[in-house]
Design a protein around this ligand. Structure first.
Ligand code: SF4
Ligand code: SF4
Ligand code: SF4
Ligand code: FES
Length: 923
């Protein structure tokens, strides 16, 4: 099967072509093109205020006026459609005057409080006033509308509103949230949440970004700046793997606001940018910047002296750490040392860390945050396809004709990527199939929602494959090239009946078959999956089922199609690419395959033997065989449940080094704590979920005495006799030498022959085993948690006055947070800081609960009391809690994947009962 690469644009060929004359020049456009866009084609950019290319024209401002022969003057070009033979004039005296009059009209109802307006200097009304030469500003009448400051972050100053509708339209059409509307109050038209209630939305801030004046402002930066005074640094968001480009706007050592392409008048983009994204951000990227300037940041190194952590200077602490690491290596061997690095560090940081650990400390016990789930995607894709990354791109996803989203609440985890799915559906007519146990935002918007039972996605995959095979919708080149593999899959799919599948999935067979047909017969279909697959028990097997489905549908070959994992932290993909896991050397080279090559490149011997993943490091530490651990930006004590015995394991380790911008729970028990900078104070690159490089640029000098991770590793390496580096560029050159093309826009290349291996020897036995398991152990419900839990007798719950509810507790992600980092951010914590246990209406009713009541949640591991809230979209029998807060994680039991060592602990059975008010203990 051949390889496909190029992006496919939608064909316009079926549309009629119209010829227009604009200011004497002929221009051809397709049917449906606005006059505004037709005019742009001859190189004339009409002034406009309410227009934005990313949503439908609204036609409210009256600035984009043109003359059209036969239609008269003052035609609003943004809403007028082109017609064959149309004659358009843009620059007559009448039009110039009419546009001026329109601006004057807006100035009259505007307060002109520019000196105290946050938009002063970056205001479209100011710009148009100047550009169109409006010098006679008539005195207007104040609307006398008090500012609406009821939302946690966005303030609405309706004195300044010019009713352009852009905020409403971007929220409705791009975000598909529809949180804003015009409403009437005291005879005045205002903008705000529907019916004038306080705004409670995703707080992406896109409305703020497109507001042409200063009518919507951010409470976090209000009155703090004039736009032109701020230093602007283009960098990459540090939260999720979408890798959005952001602009940090700073004054001195402080970030005052975050903007993006959307804030800087990209309103005139058109077809050339089809599929390029609208340039907006999500709440985390736009408002989660305050952690950088947090007073809680560490500013000096700490060392434990007589059991207490005290500040020590850098010049003392690094030699001490270097000496202790070398002593341990000499006494116990490198295998007694382990390293754990965050998926938020740059590629250059991870590269240097793993090189230091391998070549100087002599250990291959290295891991990163990808172990919490994404490694399932990487290892399964490597195993089957020879490449552990997305095979598509954001643009191709936007232009897909069918998208199948499985096990991913992508709106919450990767909000800007989710907009691409919405755009694919709304703008380009894609069919969107969403398979998930939860009624997620994407499920509500999907053209083909499949709300399956909890832990049944593997059965669904099998059902879809069965339907595809039985109905002969299989991608023919797959059958031609891999007839044996095809036969194997046919037999496996026949072994399970439609009834069994529908029973397991809780979805009618016709719906499964309809979705299967759509994805199988797609021209450029995309399969996307997320945490609901990779972080739940059975992740490895489920990943391979997804790949089998993609092969049957030809998604890996059809131009414009592909498969795309999504993961949480911004650089999990890069951390794996850079060798931040024990399985791989840089370039995702399997450790044993690349050992000799890297020994030659680095002129140092590398440790023998397979290194240890995080769960295995913990196991070995519990046996007293790990003597030192170096933890960078990770916080296993707060991430992993108690049942994994992390504290006990760490207590047995002689030397714990923590490097982090904050003093974490793990940092508090460390022997040395090194203050690292945040992304805003460093240079380097992240690799986003497309596998594309994103630049990270320092907007600020390091705060206090904090140092970049790169500098700390470099200085420490030198202390231990390794290489010292002066700047990240030196690392860049080294990475370039060992991972060809990584900095050239070429994505990591894999082994093209791997698919032949995967589908060759052993495939038949593997498939029989894998699909036979579907009937027994379902994903998301591992052996440990699927059986009724011992000691879980409903009657045994102490003091119960009513039978407790037994439910599946799921720890999931919230849009307002990312990992634990966001809980350090004052801004995001202002928006969302009181996590509650979410329950369905039916479950709440069964326990006679109403929102804000308290419940006792109990598992084999312990019990916790907390407030609950009703979430009507939750299925009965499932309760949900945001994983960013550690409140409930210690109730979870851990099951470690035998193939990939991913620790599964995001779901498990609990019992829940109401806590009567008089019993309430404040925790
Ligand atoms: S912040 Fe985002 S979700 Fe909220 S109203 Fe504005 S555009 Fe809509
Ligand atoms: S708040 Fe801003 S974007 Fe919204 S209608 Fe008013 S001026 Fe336009
Ligand atoms: S979608 Fe992800 S990368 Fe983009 S702004 Fe939000 S958190 Fe940052
Ligand atoms: S841009 Fe056309 S009416 Fe506003």
């Amino acid at each position: 099967m051949g390889k496909k690469t190029e992006t496919v644009f939608l064909e316009e060929s079926e549309k009629k072509v119209f010829k227009l004359n604009v200011d004497g020049q002929d221009v051809a456009v397709t049917e449906g093109t606005s006059v505004f866009d037709a005019v742009k084609k001859v190189g004339v950019q009409l002034p406009a205020m309410c227009y934005h290319y990313s949503f439908s024209p609204f036609g409210s401002c009256g600035i984009c006026l043109v003359e059209i022969e036969g239609k008269g003057n003052n035609v609003r070009s943004c809403t007028a459609k082109s017609a064959d033979g149309m004659v358009v004039r843009t620059n007559t005296d009448k039009m110039v005057t009419a546009r001026k009059t329109a601006v004057e009209k807006w100035l009259i109802i505007h307060p002109l409080d520019c000196p105290v307006c946050d938009a002063d200097g970056k205001c479209e009304l100011q710009d148009l006033t100047y550009d169109l030469g409006v010098y006679d500003i008539k005195k207007g009448v104040k609307k006398e509308v008090p500012e609406d400051t009821r939302s946690p972050v966005l303030d609405f100053n309706m004195e300044r509103c010019i009713l352009c509708g852009q905020c409403i339209n971007i929220c409705k059409e791009v975000q598909e949230i529809d949180a804003l509307a015009f409403y009437k109050k005291d005879g005045k038209t205002l903008v705000g949440a529907h019916d004038g209630v306080p705004l409670d939305c995703e707080f992406c801030g896109d409305c703020l970004a497109v507001c042409p004046v200063g009518a919507i402002t951010s409470r976090f930066s209000k009155y703090a700046y004039k736009p032109w005074q701020l230093k602007k640094t283009q960098t990459t968001c540090t939260y999720c793997s979408d890798g959005c480009e952001i602009t940090l706007e700073t004054e001195g050592s402080k970030i005052l606001r975050v903007t993006s392409r959307l804030s800087y008048l990209n309103k005139f983009g058109m077809e050339a940018q089809q599929g390029d994204g609208h340039g907006g951000l999500c709440v985390r990227g736009r408002f989660g910047f305050q952690f950088v300037n947090s007073a809680k940041r560490l500013s000096r190194p700490l060392a434990k002296i007589d059991g207490k952590q005290v500040e020590v200077p850098w010049f003392k602490v690094l030699p001490q750490i270097g000496r202790k690491l070398m002593e341990i290596k000499n006494q116990y061997g490198g295998g007694a040392i382990a390293g754990l690095i965050s998926g938020r560090c740059t590629n250059e940081d991870v590269y240097l860390f793993q090189k230091m650990m391998r070549t100087i400390c002599g250990t291959n016990n290295i891991d990163t945050a990808a172990r919490y789930g994404h490694i399932n995607s990487v290892l399964a894709m490597q195993y089957a396809l020879g490449i552990g990354r997305s095979t598509t791109s954001y643009k191709q996803i936007t232009l897909s004709d069918v998208i199948l989203l499985v096990g991913s609440n992508i709106t919450e985890t990767n909000p800007v990527a989710s907009l691409r799915i919405k755009e694919a559906k709304n703008k380009f007519g894609a069919k969107v199939i969403v398979a998930d146990p939860f009624q997620t935002n994407m499920m509500k918007l999907a053209t083909h929602p499949l709300q399956i039972s909890f832990a049944s996605s593997s059965a669904l995959m099998q059902g879809m494959m069965k339907a595809i095979i039985e109905n002969k919708w299989v991608y023919q080149p797959f059958i031609d090239q891999y007839p044996n593999a095809y036969e194997t899959l046919c037999s496996a799919m026949l072994s399970i009946s439609q009834q069994e599948i529908t029973q397991k999935c809780g979805v009618a067979w016709e719906k499964i078959a309809e979705a299967a047909q759509l994805i199988a017969q797609s021209k450029r279909g995309t399969l996307i999956w997320g945490e609901g697959i990779v972080s739940e028990a059975g992740g490895w097997d489920n990943m391979l089922s997804l790949i089998d489905l993609a092969l049957l549908c030809g998604l890996l070959e059809k131009p414009g199609g592909g498969i795309h994992p999504v993961c949480e932290e911004n650089n999990e993909q890069g951390a794996v690419d850079m060798g931040g896991v024990c399985e791989f050397l840089p370039g995702q080279i399997p450790y044993h395959d690349g050992k000799e090559r890297f020994e030659a490149l680095w002129s140092k011997p590398l440790p023998n033997g397979v290194g240890l993943s995080l769960p295995k490091i913990i196991e070995k530490a519990l046996r007293g065989e790990i003597k030192a651990i170096y933890i960078v930006g990770e916080n296993p004590l707060e991430t992993l449940p108690d049942s994994m015995k992390v504290r006990e394991a760490l207590q047995k380790i002689d030397l714990i080094i923590c490097q982090d911008p904050f003093l974490t729970q793990t940092g508090k028990i460390a022997d040395f704590v090194l203050p690292a900078t945040t992304f805003a104070e460093k240079e380097g690159t992240f690799t986003n979920m497309e596998g594309a490089l994103r630049h990270v640029r320092n907007a600020l000098d390091p705060i206090g005495e904090s140092r970049t991770d790169f500098k700390i590793f470099s200085d420490l390496s030198k202390q231990m006799g390794g290489d010292a580096y002066r700047a990240p560029e030196e690392i860049t050159a080294e990475i370039d030498a060992c991972v060809n093309g990584y900095y050239n826009g070429e994505r990591l290349q894999g082994n093209p022959h791997q698919l032949v291996h995967y589908l060759g020897n052993g495939f038949a036995e593997e498939v029989v085993k894998r699909y036979a398991q579907i009937g027994q152990v379902q994903d998301g419900l591992g052996a440990a948690s699927s059986a009724p839990m011992s000691g879980f007798n409903q009657r045994s719950v102490e003091g119960a006055t009513q039978a407790p509810l037994v439910a599946q507790l799921v720890l999931g992600q919230s849009i307002y947070h990312s990992g634990k980092l966001s809980t350090q951010d004052e801004g995001l914590m202002k928006i969302y800081n009181k996590p509650t246990l979410r329950m369905s209406e039916a479950d709440a009713e069964a326990l006679e609960l109403k929102t804000d009541d308290w419940v006792r949640v109990k598992s084999e591991q312990g019990a916790v009391e907390l407030a609950m809230a009703i979430l009507p979209s939750l299925p009965k029998g499932i309760v949900w809690f945001p994983e960013h807060f550690a409140t409930l994680k210690d109730l979870m039991t851990v099951v470690v994947d035998s193939k990939t060592d991913v620790p599964y602990f995001k779901s498990g059975l609990v019992s829940i009962k109401k806590v009567p008010l008089f019993d309430l203990k404040v925790i």
